[in-house]
Design a protein around this ligand. Structure first.
Ligand code: CDP
Ligand code: CDP
Length: 224
């Protein structure tokens, strides 16, 4: 496998991180979950009492508390401020505020610069909302995953159940729609498909099928 960059974007629960992790493992590439970076910043804002509208305060937090990832047998762990925040950044308090935090232009500028540094030597699978459009506009392979909102809410509902978290399905669906709306309508690098990205509608598709479809795309482009 050539040392390429793979950009995977799409709305909440479209399957980005699951598929990105599998591909990174197979190709022995670096996997970067950029959503976890925005979630970690939101977690920092909550714990350090910085309000979500305080752009300068949020930028200070990024500079003061570097976010790091650690690859383990059980999966990727996220660390910030000396703590393992892997589970904390998935809590509803963070999920419901992350789109507001990530809409600030200066916050995105800092995050995009960090993400570009991670990817500078290629050999990376990066997932998020603006990877193909803003972070890695020259990525060799760009994938845009979508699925119906009902299926995406069902996936998240099941995932929560497996973790022992009981959620109301309709509330979950509304929260996903709300987050997609903010992410797609913000002024700076909104969630949108890059012109040269391949769109895959994963509604009704298993994870294996999605991975197969991406393999096919990489093959067709001559990288596999
Ligand atoms: O996994 P899930 O789809 O719930 O979201 P995520 O990938 O963890 O991203 C959480 C939030 O971070 C998104 O709803 C966006 O507001 C923001 N985000 C972003 O603005 N740009 C990215 N490249 C990645 C995430
Ligand atoms: O990263 P993103 O928010 O786009 O989605 P994810 O965290 O990869 O996937 C959300 C949930 O949907 C996980 O529990 C996946 O196992 C599941 N999933 C699925 O059932 N079928 C797919 N084709 C993709 C993901």
């Amino acid at each position: 496998m050539k040392n390429i960059s793979l950009a995977i974007d799409g709305p909440a629960s479209s399957g980005k991180s699951t598929v990105a992790k599998l591909l990174a493992k197979e190709f022995q590439f670096i996997y970067t979950d950029t959503g976890a970076m925005y979630r970690s910043l939101t977690y920092l804002a909550i714990t350090h009492h910085v309000t979500f509208d305080d752009e300068a305060g949020l930028v200070d937090l990024i500079k003061k508390y570097p976010i790091s990832f650690k690859q383990t047998e059980e999966g990727q762990l996220v660390f910030v401020d000396g703590k393992d925040v892997t589970d904390a950044i998935r809590q509803p308090e963070v999920t419901n505020a992350v789109s507001e935090v990530s809409a600030h232009a200066k916050v995105r500028e800092e995050m995009v610069a960090l993400q570009q540094t991670i990817a500078e030597n290629g050999g990376v699978v990066m997932d998020g909302r603006d990877i193909g459009t803003a972070v890695l506009p020259n990525a060799e392979v760009k994938i845009f995953l979508v699925a119906s909102v009902t299926e995406r809410a069902e996936r998240r509902y099941k995932e929560n159940l497996e973790k022992g978290i009981a959620t109301d399905f309709e509330t979950l669906k509304k929260e996903i729609q709300q987050r997609d709306y903010i992410d797609s309508t913000r002024e700076v690098s909104p969630l949108t498909q890059a012109d040269d990205a391949v769109r895959i509608d994963t509604t009704g598709m298993s994870i294996d099928k999605v991975v197969d479809a991406i393999h096919q795309i990489i093959k067709e482009k001559g990288y596999l």
